[in-house]
Design a binder for this molecule. Structure first.
Ligand code: TRP
Length: 452
């Protein structure tokens, strides 16, 4: 771990193509896929939500992902430095928005990751508690919640201190294949449950009433951004460690499809499980903790099988959370390295400590956590996404097109023009509408929170 900051003239870089793709997929695949997605899908009319989500991933997600890739590789820096290099000082300041989003998102994301660690320990050391709601109450409050959050941040910080190759790339190469195997295994197991069929029906048949519900549309749009880690420069920062021979459109497509694949497969596990045990009502309660109560409850009622399956489930959640947390911390770390010429170790440790302290608030109060998810996980991301689309579609569109073509085969080069047109005309209005509606709702949520 004796990684020094980039030696003069050389920026750190990924060692292999697969390393970059798995690191980007690792950033994308996380709690968003295995917890937020099934939860939103069960709220949003099953297949109706899934279809909306696919539409937004294609129209908004992939163009923004490629925009981040292009800006990062061209700018060779974290968001602030890259946007400054391509668009001037003012745009560099927009990059600060991303650093703030990363800081806030990670501070509550790590709290939830801490819960998953704790559930995994429950399964490992004894059993899931019979009263799942009480256990969730214990896990999500008090010093225990703070301790596991801080522990998770310590692990994340260690990986980021290790640097791009030895820390981030190596962790992704090791953990991501394991995650894929376990998620598929869990879905196959769920298919054997009695009554699995009912779960598939709800998941895969559309509830057409929801099509006219704007709240579901917005949830699908912001989930498409959250799940692909867009709107705060995480993908941008990873791409800044690439050389120009990587095929960006192809890599982006692979990342987006693996992200969708894992979310969809997680649904194939969660829906049968919930329905075969008649837990729909518990999940429908629509709080952050719904799945965290329903699933351990389900595992507890299944004896030793539940214990083993539950262990795998929570380990996979924790692993997914770790590779995502790494990318969030890397944005802040890389920005500190760029702007203040700090060595990696100091930048990562400093950022990690600040985030660990910030996270004490959501760790102690789940209401704060929900609020931070609305403000940072939705509002700031939508604002960031809008900024990136305008930047890539208008301000720096020539550089972005050129960068997307470099390293791409002829077939993929043909996609570049449509992508830039989407960034210019399609993405900004869609994201602006979602941003506007999210602003109103967030204000209402803040008001309700302050009112007690
Ligand atoms: N995409 C991750 C998930 O689905 C979370 C995440 C990591 C993220 N980096 C991000 C979300 C950057 C928004 C922005 O769990």
């Amino acid at each position: 771990m004796e990684r020094v900051s980039a030696p003069s003239g050389g920026r750190e870089s990924f060692g292999t193509r697969a390393g970059f793709i798995l690191a980007a997929a690792g950033s994308a695949i996380g709690l968003g896929n295995m917890w937020r997605f099934p939860y939103l899908a069960s709220e949003g009319g099953g297949a109706t939500f899934v279809l909306m989500y696919i539409v937004f991933t294609m129209l908004v997600g992939i163009p923004l992902l490629l925009a981040e890739f292009a800006i990062g590789r061209r700018g060779q820096g974290a968001p602030v430095a890259s946007m400054r290099a391509l668009g001037g000082r003012r745009w560099g300041r927009v990059g600060l928005l991303f650093v703030a989003a990363g800081l806030f998102i990670l501070s509550y994301y790590s709290v939830i990751a801490g819960w998953t660690l704790r559930y995994a320990l429950d399964a490992l050391l004894g059993d899931f508690a019979p009263s799942a709601a009480d256990r969730f109450g214990e896990i999500s409050s008090g010093t225990g919640a703070v301790a596991f959050h801080v522990g998770f941040m310590a692990i994340t910080t260690l990986v980021v201190v290790g640097g791009v190759k030895a820390g981030i790339e190596r962790t992704s190469l090791l953990l991501m294949p394991a995650l894929f195997v376990i998620v598929v295994g869990l879905a196959i197991w769920a298919a054997t449950l009695p009554g699995a069929h009912a779960g598939y029906l709800v998941y895969l048949s559309p509830d057409l009433d929801e099509i006219t519900n704007p709240a579901i549309w917005r949830a699908a749009a912001s989930q498409a951004l959250f799940s692909l880690s867009l709107g705060m420069g995480g993908m941008l920062t990873f791409a800044s460690y690439l050389r120009r021979d990587q095929n960006l459109p192809e890599s982006g497509t692979v990342v987006a499809f693996s992200d969708f694949g894992v979310a969809f497969t997680a649904g194939l596990m969660v829906f049968p499980l919930i329905h075969s045990l008649g837990l729909q009502a518990a999940v429908g309660e629509s709080t952050v903790g719904a799945l965290f109560i329903a699933l351990p409850g389900a595992f507890a009622s299944m004896g030793s099988v539940g214990r083993v399956v539950g262990l795998f489930f929570f380990v996979v959640l924790a692993v997914g959370a770790l590779t995502s947390a790494i990318s969030l911390l890397e944005v802040v770390t890389a920005s500190l390295m760029d702007e203040f010429r700090l060595p990696r170790r100091a930048a990562a440790t400093g950022a990690g400590v600040v985030i660990a302290v910030l996270g004490v608030f959501p760790a102690l109060d789940i209401g704060v956590l929900g609020l931070m998810d609305k403000i940072a996980g939705e509002l700031l991301l939508l604002a960031g996404a809008l900024a990136i689309a305008i930047f890539a579609g208008w301000r720096a569109s020539v550089a972005v097109q050129d960068e997307l073509r470099a390293g791409a085969s002829r077939r993929w080069q043909a996609c570049v023009r449509p992508i830039v047109l989407a960034l210019r005309w399609l993405v900004p209005p869609i994201v602006a509408v979602a941003l506007f509606s999210s602003m109103r709702e967030t204000l209402a949520a803040v008001g309700a929170f302050l009112a007690g």
